[in-house]
Design a protein around this ligand. Sequence first.
Ligand SMILES: Cc1ncc(C[n+]2csc(CCOP(=O)(O)OP(=O)(O)O)c2C)c(N)n1
Ligand SMILES: [Mg+2]
Length: 378
Amino acid sequence: MSNISNLNHQILDFATQLKAQDDNFPTLSVLNNDGQIVDEEALKRADLSNDDLVKLFSSMLLNRQLDIRSTKLAKQGRFGFFAPTAGQEASQMGTAFAFRAEDWLFPGYRDIPQVVAKGWPIYKAILWSRGHVLGNEFKTEDGQPVNSWFPQIIIGAQYVEAAGVALGLKKREQNAVAYAYTGDGGSSQGDFYEALNFAGAYHANAVFFVQNNGYAISMPRADQTAAAHLAAKGWAAGLPSIVVDGQDAIAAYLAAKEARAWAVSGKGPVLIELLTNRFEAHSTAGDDPLRYRSKEDIADWWKKDPLIRMRKYLTDQGLWSEDQEKETIAQIDARIDADIKKADQVDKQKISDYLKNTLEVPSYVMREQIKKFESEGR
Ligand SMILES: Cc1ncc(C[n+]2csc(CCOP(=O)(O)OP(=O)(O)O)c2C)c(N)n1
Ligand SMILES: [Mg+2]
């Protein structure tokens, strides 16, 4: 009798339950802010070779250079839409490093570097930013398919698409997964919950990432939801759900690798919340972060730049040097320059091409519009 009474008392203890919601989601971390390993066992479990570590860091540098150059081009009016990625390099490239060519990527608009990591040429990304038809071709330079959906602008929609493809992969018994990225804001969308529930119910081959970068445009994470952890949202759908230090490329990689192994083995999807930050504006389309966050907050986050700790770790291991970094950045910049030229040489998109690319079977009105623009050579 008294046991039931104790249990009932616990059930009705809402304050303790709220605390438990917080306690249940500790943060996975392997590399601290000073570039030191805090968990040797986890490092071993990540099983990254020296070559892998250098490749991973180089991909983070590519991400940063793309950010720097794209922002400049956007200011010159030579880019279309650009969503800055500085601060999110570990969260984006650390996770992306765990997937294979056969896996399907479902990126959001800020996740261009992960598509490039899959072999999408940079000039295609530039064309995509300009809304050009050819920017929606997901192929490598030599015409091989790149298993990526287009970067989604509709917040959260890529989760639903990923859930469907993940179920398809499972039904076809493919040794592959669908992996999708959304943001803290995305985790408030209906699509987000529907996708987790659907993929969970069918034990589909999916890995879902929430890059909690602190803001949904000007909306701070704290005002987005009362949930202590965004990862907790996965529990309602029966998914293993974890929180990871998103500034730690090794932890991000380890989490993604284990989640992929779980999902591909038929056990179902995993949800991973990455704690990261957007160091710059929401996009290059006129957002001013100082209207909703302080200079001090931004400066504090720059101290947690994911490149700093990875660079320190690699340097301490004798795997990296200043000269190597200069050389790598010079190579990346040359590659970006060549791709900018290539994108600039592509014929401007005609309005009729744009319309033709909108629907597989154009409506009557669109057919009329296509005819009209074609007759005008536009
Ligand atoms: C369904 C939908 N609603 C609103 C918008 C407008 N919008 C564009 S970006 C954005 C914020 C998204 O924030 P978050 O998911 O945290 O991603 P982040 O930009 O921080 O990477 C909003 C609301 C949209 N694109 N789609
Ligand atoms: Mg956000």
